[in-house]
Design a protein around this ligand. Structure first.
Ligand code: FES
Length: 79
């Protein structure tokens, strides 16, 4: 399974005490790339639970699509 994730951050986000979950006492960092509260986990990773190992996925505007192959701009231009 591969998931293509687009991020636009250009630097780190520093955590502070207000980022700690009051109930659980921890900070959950998103590792799936789908969180609307990135870099924090908001439970969106549940949408990935049925992904097939051999597929590549893109999530855009709330929809999931299977990608046949990834082409870089240089490949698309024939370079
Ligand atoms: S790991 Fe990404 S939303 Fe939970």
């Amino acid at each position: 399974m591969t998931r293509l994730v687009e991020l636009d951050g250009t630097g780190p986000r520093k955590l502070d005490p207000s980022d700690v979950d009051d109930e659980k006492g921890d900070v959950a960092i998103c590792q799936c790339g789908l969180s609307d509260s990135f870099p924090f986990c908001d439970g969106s990773h549940r949408r990935t639970e049925d992904e097939a190992e051999a597929e590549t996925y893109v999530y855009r505007d709330g929809e999931r699509a299977v990608v046949d192959r990834v082409v870089t701009a240089e490949e698309a231009d024939g370079e």
